[in-house]
Design a protein around this ligand. Structure first.
Ligand code: CA
Length: 236
């Protein structure tokens, strides 16, 4: 059975955090490989082909962002970054480079396991979505019909502008994953200017209103402050 386990590579220089993660993941049925520096992590990535990487950004020999750049040249391997609260801008940069998600230190067992499960599920889901064009997305009482470009809430069609629809569809295609402001802007408008974030926020406010969310309520989409937006997953 052991070769059916997901293989997770943990790249983290702080020994206590590394062994904390290793212990939790092993106790929950994952196979764990560890590296204390970036270059060692790169070697292990090439030789062991893990299913997921948990990557600290502040590594002694190289910035974790270099690892993401290197991996993304050849692989869609899911990467969860570990960042300290003081590294907000690094976190956003790492997500823009193609990291799938992040965990902010300090974090608990429940959060770590939830993000690992969601990221593994989400990467499988994206692979399947890629193979089947069109289709539907269901989240609570909301349905998205990609072929008809239509969104229904509790069976009622919602009138969205093309831009609003595109934003909701984009978030749903990456459900469970946070998309940074820059990523959304690039996907929706192609280029960004000084007014882009404001434009996105205005669209998001209209979307939330039309989907029936009250202020402060996150029924379908959460705002990850200072980072971006995330749509909940179908099974969350
Ligand atoms: Ca570190």
């Amino acid at each position: 059975m052991s070769n059916n386990k997901y293989k997770i590579l943990v790249i983290e220089d702080e020994a206590n955090i590394r062994s904390f993660i290793e212990t939790i993941l092993e106790a929950n049925g994952y196979q764990v490989l560890t590296a204390a520096i970036c270059s060692q992590g790169q070697l292990m990535f090439t030789s062991h082909l893990p299913d997921l990487v948990i990557l600290d950004l502040g590594l002694p020999d190289r910035d974790g962002q270099e690892f993401i750049k290197e991996v993304r040249k050849s692989s869609v391997l899911p990467i969860i970054i570990l960042s300290a609260r003081t590294q907000e801008s690094d976190k956003v940069a790492a997500l823009d480079l193609g990291a799938n998600d992040y965990i902010t230190k300090p974090f608990g067992t429940g959060e770590l396991l939830a993000r690992v499960r969601a990221t593994l599920r989400n990467s499988r889901h994206s692979a399947e979505m890629g193979a089947i064009p069109g289709g539907k997305f269901v989240l609570k009482d909301m349905d998205i019909d990609y072929d008809k470009r239509m969104i229904m809430v509790a069976g009622n069609p919602i009138k969205l502008t093309q831009t609003e629809y595109n934003i909701v569809a984009l978030l749903s295609e990456h459900a469970g994953k946070v998309l940074t402001y820059a990523t959304i802007i690039r996907e929706i408008w192609g280029v960004s200017d000084s007014g882009s974030i404001k434009k996105l926020q205005v669209n998001m406010a209209n979307i939330r209103k039309k989907l029936g969310s009250k202020p402060g309520e996150n029924r379908y989409i959460t705002n990850e402050l200072g980072v971006g937006y995330r749509m909940y997953e179908e099974c969350e």
